[in-house]
Structure formats: C-alpha cells, structure tokens
Design a protein around this ligand. Structure first.
Ligand SMILES: C[S@@+](CC[C@H](N)C(=O)[O-])C[C@H]1O[C@@H](n2cnc3c(N)ncnc32)[C@H](O)[C@@H]1O
Length: 333
C-alpha cells in the first residue's frame, strides 16, 4: 500500500468528511430533501436549524457529491436516496448505522488519553445501551449492516435437522429472519435485553415471522444459566463476544454449551482477525472502537477456535465470509 501525501491527507481529514455526512444524516436533512428538492433556507426553517450554517453544511454535501444544487434548490444524489432516506430497502439502508456512528464520535476523542494511560478503570455504560432512542438506532444499524451477512450465512450453513435454534444477543433478529426463509422447519429464540427485543419485535412482525421467532429476555451474566431453556440444535453468537473481556467471552461460550443438546452446534460470527493477528483491516480498526468505549477487543480466529475446544466442542472449523465476518463452528459431543 503506497503512502503518499494524498493518502495521508485523506486519513487526516477523514473525520471532517465523516462529520459532514453524519451530521446531515442525524439532523434528518437527507430524509427531508428526499420529499422534494428544497432551498437550504427551507430546510433550516423546517428542521429549525441556523440558516447560515445549514447553507454551508449543504454546500459541503454538494462538495462531497452527496447532493446537487440547481436554481437554488438542493437534491439528494441517487445513491443517497437508496441508503440514507426512508426509501431504503430493509437491510440496505445506512441511516441507523450512520446515526450510531455519530454517537460513537465523542468516545474516539479519548483515544490519545487511553493510549497514554490505558483504559479507564470505570466508565458509565454507554448511552447506546441506556438511552432508548440511541439503543434503537444501534440495533436497527445492526440490521442494516448484518442482514446481508445473515443471508450469506443462510446460504452456507447446513441447517438440515435444526428444529430449534437460539440466537444469543440476537439484536434485531436479522439472522433468524434470513435463516427462516431458507429453512421452513426451524423455530428460533432470540435472547437479548428488553429494549433490544422491542426493536427485534418490529422486524419479526414486518417479515410475518412471529409464530416462528420467539423473543426471550436474557442477561448473559445473570446468576445461573441463560434462562432460555435448553435442548437447542444450534446456538448462534453473532457479533457479541468482542464486547466482553476474555473471561466473560469464555463464560458465555460455556453457558451456550449447556443449552445445546448432544450433537448440537455452536456458531460464532465475529469481526475477527486472521491468525497473523494483523489482518484484515476492519477488525484492526474495529478493535479501536472497542478500546475507546472500554468494551472488549477483536479476537483472532485461533483464539475463538481454542475457546470452543476448551469448552468441549469437537470438529471446530472456521470459514471467512468477508472481511468483517468470520464464522467459527463446533459440535457438542
Ligand atoms: C453488537 S450487537 C449484535 C446483534 C446481532 N447478533 C448481530 O449480529 O448484529 C450485540 C447484542 O448483544 C446484546 N447484549 C449485549 N450484552 C448483553 C447482555 N449482557 N445480556 C443480554 N444481551 C446483551 C445487545 O443488546 C445487542 O443486541
């Protein structure tokens, strides 16, 4: 990879580009303009924004190619309509994930201090968990970026004979929704926090799957077991472990082992690093998002494989779906 002035400036000024997109998205500018081209003054009036600053922000959006302007009226670029407005198809939109990224922005300012002094001993739980609206955007964002992966995994994973599957920390239920379409005989339980399940309920209803996908309140680290029953043929832990310490990740794998019936399979999907520990780029960068939010880290595939073996799983195997998704599978003897 060549490092030159252009490349350095594109990294160095990247936050400015990001903030222009994220601010316009969160303020609802793309969504409003999707209803019909508008002047920046009209946008400012409708959204109760400052007219001068709105005009400058919308000018920058034109500069980025996200909008165009003719005769004083702004219009979204065609792909903006596809991804950042209400016209986005389910699983294609990027509105929620971009809003969630904006909510992550402040934590990234901690990076310098954390690299100097290490992780803070204690940080309050992040707003994306506590605040209902922010949590909703986070969980919808998981649907947006995860539904494609879920459909891909549905193609690759053999679900023959899987009558009952648990999706632990299942978020918006995008995996059961994708798997249900391919496997008419499988029933699903999505285990998660109540706030998250409220979002999952909307998606499950939208796809007409309420009779096949049950939603179960769960706290991974509450006393005792997961509290969602046992005898499962398969249990999925998708993008859950990286937010935990190594000790808790191992504990959650052990709890998952115990809800499976003999012959049942665990399936882990993670934004994991290759065995070299230094590739591909997405988990290297995502690790920093975990660091600045004082969550966990990203794991290497061989660490995940090792934990499954230590928990007692046999036939452990790994498949990389794409740069953000590695699937590690094992069978309970
Ligand atoms: C990053 S999201 C992953 C969602 C989904 N599985 C996916 O692949 O997109 C992590 C999920 O775990 C849930 N979660 C995190 N900690 C939890 C805990 N201690 N108990 C129950 N659910 C938890 C969150 O609510 C969220 O839905």
């Amino acid at each position: 990879m060549e490092v030159n002035q252009d490349r350095i400036i594109s990294f160095a000024a990247g936050f400015q580009y990001a903030k222009i997109l994220l601010t316009a998205n969160e303020l609802g500018i793309f969504r409003l303009v999707a209803k019909g081209s508008m002047s920046s003054d009209d946008v400012a009036k409708t959204l109760r924004l400052d007219p001068e600053a709105t005009a400058m922000l919308m000018g920058a959006l034109v500069g980025l190619g996200l909008m165009s302007r003719r005769a004083g009226k702004f219009k979204n670029a065609p792909d903006v309509v596809k991804y950042l407005t209400d016209e986005a198809e389910p699983g294609e939109g990027m509105y929620c994930i971009a809003t969630h990224m904006n909510h992550m922005y402040d934590s990234w300012n901690r990076l310098g201090d954390i690299v100097k002094k290490g992780r803070p001993k204690k940080l309050p739980p992040p707003k994306v968990i506590l605040d209902k609206k922010k949590n909703r955007e986070f969980i919808c964002g998981m649907f947006e970026i995860g539904f494609g992966t879920a459909k891909l995994l549905a193609e690759k994973l053999d679900l023959k004979g899987v009558g009952k599957m648990a999706d632990i920390g299942g978020g918006p239920a995008q995996f059961p929704i994708a798997f249900a379409a391919k496997n008419p005989d499988t029933k699903f339980v999505v285990a998660d926090y109540p706030n998250t399940l409220n979002v999952a309920r909307e998606y499950v209803k939208k796809y007409g799957l309420a009779d096949r996908i049950k939603l179960a309140k769960c706290e991974f680290f509450g006393p005792g077991e997961l509290g969602i029953g046992d005898g499962y043929d398969m249990a999925l832990l998708s993008q859950v472990l990286h937010a935990e310490s190594d000790k808790k990740a191992v504990e959650l794998i052990a709890k998952t082992y115990r809800i499976l019936k003999p012959g049942g399979r665990i399936v882990i999907n993670e934004n994991a690093r290759n065995k070299d520990g230094m590739s591909p780029p997405p988990p290297m960068i995502f690790a920093i998002n975990m660091l600045v939010n004082n969550f966990g880290r990203t794991f290497r595939v061989d660490e995940l494989e090792g934990w499954l073996k230590e928990a007692g799983f046999k036939g452990v195997k790994t498949m990389r779906l794409h740069e953000r998704a590695v699937v590690v599978e094992g069978r309970k003897p």
